[in-house]
Design a protein around this ligand. Structure first.
Ligand code: BEZ
Ligand code: FE
Length: 299
C-alpha cells in the first residue's frame, strides 16, 4: 500500500506496508461481506492517517485519553460520541452520502442530541412553545411525496431551543416545552406556533468542547428549528430550517446548514394580526413557510 508520507526510507516503508497487509488479511475470513469491507476500509484509512502524520506514541495516548473521557461523560442523557461525530463533520457526511438516494426530496441534516420521545401532541395551529420564552413564530407548510401528492396524516415532530439557547431537557426538571408532535390534515397541510429560532452553543463543557477550544472553533450553531417528518411508505426525514440572514449560517459548529433549508422568517411588528386571530398581547412575531417533500422508502 502506498502513502503520501514524504521521505520515508524504503526499508521503513516496507515494514509499514507489511503491517497494513497483515492487518487487512486478518479480516479476510469475515463471513459478513459488508462488515469485511467496512473493517478493511477502516484499517486502510487509519493506517494511512497514522503514517501520513507520523503519529507519535504520546499523541496516540492522548487520542486514547480523549476517547476515554468522551466515554466517561456519555450517559443516557448525554451522547458525547455523537457530538464528536457532529463537530468532525462525520454526521453530515454520512447524511450527504445517503442523500444521493433521495433526489427531489427535502434535504436532511443532523438530528442533534435534544430529540426525545414522548413529546405532547398539539392540534393543528397549536402552540408547541408551551410557555418557553421567545418570540412567537407561525410555522406552516405542506407535506408531499416526490410526485407532488399531498401526504395526509404525516407525523411531524418539532423541537427547538428557547430564546436563552436552552432545550427543555437541559433544565433537568423533566418539563417538556418547545417540543411537540402534530399531524398533517387531509390536504397534507400543517401549521403551528413555535418560537423564532435563536443561536445557541452545542454542549461544550466536555472533551468535545475542549477540542473546539484548542482548535479555535466556536461551539455556536446557526439558529434553527428541528423537524422529523414520518409517514408509512415514505422515508422518515430528519431536518431543520435555518433563518435567512443569520450571521452564523457559514460557521455552524456541526456543518448542518444546507442552502435549501435556509428560510425567510418574516418579522411582524407588534400589532400585526395573527393568521389564526391569536391574541399576541402587543408582541412582535414572525412567520415562516416550510414545504416538506418526503422520499420513497428505501427498497
Ligand atoms: C442541535 O441542533 O441541537 C445540535 C446538533 C448537533 C450537536 C449538538 C446540538
Ligand atoms: Fe438544535
Amino acid at each position: 500500500m502506498t502513502t503520501t508520507t514524504p521521505a520515508v526510507p524504503d526499508r521503513q516503508r516496507h515494514v509499514e506496508d507489511e503491517l497494513v497487509r497483515t492487518v487487512l488479511a486478518s479480516f479476510h475470513n469475515t463471513p459478513d461481506a459488508r462488515l469485511k469491507e467496512l473493517m478493511q476500509g477502516l484499517v486502510r484509512h487509519l493506517h494511512a492517517f497514522i503514517r501520513e502524520v507520523r503519529l507519535t506514541e504520546a499523541e496516540w495516548q492522548q487520542a486514547i485519553d480523549f476517547l476515554t473521557a468522551t466515554g466517561h461523560i456519555t450517559t443516557d442523557r448525554r451522547q458525547e460520541f455523537v457530538l464528536l461525530s457532529d463537530v468532525l463533520g462525520a454526521s453530515m457526511q454520512t447524511i450527504n452520502v445517503n442523500h444521493e438516494a433521495t433526489a427531489g426530496a427535502t434535504e436532511a441534516t443532523v438530528v442533534g442530541p435534544f430529540f426525545v420521545e414522548g413529546s405532547p401532541e398539539i392540534a393543528p395551529g397549536g402552540d408547541m412553545a408551551a410557555g418557553a420564552p421567545g418570540e412567537p413564530c407561525w410555522v406552516e407548510g405542506t407535506v408531499t411525496d416526490t410526485d407532488g401528492n399531498p401526504v395526509p396524516g404525516a407525523r411531524l415532530e418539532v423541537w427547538e431551543a428557547d430564546e436563552d439557547g436552552l432545550y427543555d431537557v437541559q433544565h433537568d426538571d423533566g418539563h417538556l416545552a418547545a417540543r411537540a408532535h402534530l399531524y398533517t390534515d387531509d390536504q397534507g397541510a400543517y401549521a403551528f406556533w413555535g418560537l423564532t429560532p435563536t443561536p445557541y452553543p452545542i454542549p461544550h463543557d466536555g472533551p468535545v468542547g475542549t477540542l473546539l477550544d484548542k482548535t479555535a472553533r466556536s461551539p455556536l450553531r446557526a439558529s434553527h428549528l428541528h423537524f422529523m417528518a414520518a409517514s408509512p411508505g415514505l422515508r422518515t426525514l430528519v431536518t431543520h430550517i435555518f433563518v435567512e440572514g443569520d450571521s452564523l449560517l457559514g460557521s455552524d459548529a456541526v456543518f448542518g446548514v444546507k442552502e435549501s433549508l435556509v428560510k425567510r422568517f418574516e418579522r411582524q411588528p407588534a400589532g400585526t394580526p395573527a393568521p389564526d386571530g391569536r391574541d399576541l398581547s402587543g408582541r412582535s412575531w414572525s412567520r415562516v413557510r416550510f414545504d416538506i417533500v418526503l422520499a420513497p422508502q428505501r427498497t
